[in-house]
Ligand binder design. Structure first.
Ligand SMILES: C[S@@+](CC[C@H](N)C(=O)[O-])C[C@H]1O[C@@H](n2cnc3c(N)ncnc32)[C@H](O)[C@@H]1O
Length: 375
């Protein structure tokens, strides 16, 4: 949103300090609904008025714009809206997993050049982040006049495993219009004759997970998961596995030696993990310190279908690994990953792994090393 800098903008924003969330304790109650890119606040004002029992957070990265929205809320005496002045990327600094019930994305900046796709608020990198923060039944409601952005977003939603509901390419002439709350941009664009696109992207649910040893007949699917994971990491500029690792022969060896596991729902393989007993030579030296020197089980070459990332499959794999530990009278699990692989690091930390330092692979590349000590 282009806007001339406001006189006394900082002072006016600080006059609304009671409405600002700057630390976790300022969040009113959970779960909560968040609008990202609230602009001047027309939508959140009306939404909060209509739903006084729901608490809202409006997020806006431009302080002068957030200030205008916050003044509106203050002047109308609305008590169920607070503001985060910041970028959507910073949401995980304030929210933990499963705390957001709904995210509104209204007329997000389209970033039309392909080179800027990662900045779109519906790019898979952002969707991955939202998925972690949404409740298991959470949803993203997305509106835009921009058809190329809408088409891009639908593909990203599908790629990340969201179910699409209430999809319309002409909201204002649809059955959904009765409940629609018009935003500033929406009023502007529809007045100019643009039709408005809207979709509700819901988290899919996984109910029936099974973790078991992989069979050789499943090698193709396992390889497919790794090649999709490689493409995802490339799209996020994560330089992990870009040389084709782990090769088919290595995965085949994992299966032959009984170290490769698959996570399935209703027979479909959604994730895979290598679980290995015994010392890993690359863990002998660490820049840092392992939790202890006791025997351990290693997790290697772990990979989750993009469509079900953030839906608890990592936890299922860790639990399976813990079971193997128990059977082998061992209480420790070690693992390493690329420093830039934030989803994996998040999964490990969420499941009780502690960062221990840097190890080096056989080819000398550094990796961040984690250990979990079971109770
Ligand atoms: C095109 S305007 C739409 C404003 C409002 N939602 C509407 O529909 O009238 C997009 C708004 O999102 C904000 N924004 C863009 N990227 C953001 C991000 N990464 N985090 C937070 N706000 C963002 C911009 O500053 C701008 O105010």
């Amino acid at each position: 949103m282009r806007m001339r800098k406001k006189k006394n903008g900082a002072v006016r924003l600080s006059d609304c300090a009671d409405l600002l969330v700057t630390k976790r304790e300022d969040i009113p109650c959970l779960p909560i609904t968040v609008e990202i890119g609230c602009g001047k606040g027309k939508f959140i004002l009306e939404t909060a008025k209509r739903n006084p029992d729901i608490n809202y957070i409006a997020m806006e990265k431009i302080p002068d714009v957030a200030m205008l929205a916050a003044e509106k809320i203050r002047d109308e005496g609305i008590t169920n809206v607070k503001f985060i002045v910041g970028d959507a990327m910073t949401l995980p600094e304030l929210f933990r997993e499963g705390e957001i019930e709904r995210i509104y994305l209204n007329f997000s900046d389209p970033w039309p050049h392909n080179g800027h796709a990662k900045r779109r608020l519906t790019d898979r990198g952002f969707l991955e982040l939202y998925k972690r923060l949404l409740t298991p039944t959470g949803e993203i409601v997305f509106k835009t006049d921009n058809r190329p952005l809408f088409d891009f977003s639908l593909e990203e939603f599908k790629y990340m495993g969201f179910d699409l509901e209430d999809l319309t390419y002409d909201l204002h002439n649809s059955e959904y219009m009765a409940d629609n709350i018009v935003t500033e941009y929406e009023a502007n664009f529809s007045a100019k004759g643009f039709s408005i696109n809207r979709v509700r992207a819901k988290m899919s649910r996984i109910t029936n997970l099974e973790v078991r040893k992989a069979e050789m007949s499943e090698l193709d699917r396992i390889e497919e998961l790794f090649s999709e994971a490689r493409a995802f990491m490339a799209s996020q500029n994560i330089d992990q596995w870009q040389d084709g690792y782990p090769e088919r022969a290595l995965l085949e060896k994992d299966i032959t030696e009984g170290n490769r596991y698959v996570v399935c729902e209703d027979g479909k393989i959604l994730a895979t993990v290598g679980i290995f007993l015994g010392d890993d030579p690359t863990y002998a030296e660490i820049e840092g310190k392992w939790i202890n020197d006791s025997s351990y089980v290693c997790i290697h070459r772990i990979c989750v279908d993009n469509a079900v990332k953030g839906m608890g499959l990592g936890g299922a794999m860790v639990r399976a690994c813990e079971e193997i530990c128990r059977r082998n009278k061992c209480r420790n699990i070690r693992c390493d990953t690329h420093a830039d692989n934030k989803p994996m690091r998040h999964m490990l930390e969420k499941n009780g792994f502690v960062y221990c330092g840097i190890i080096h692979l056989e080819n000398g590349e550094p990796r961040v090393a984690y250990q979990k000590k079971m109770r």
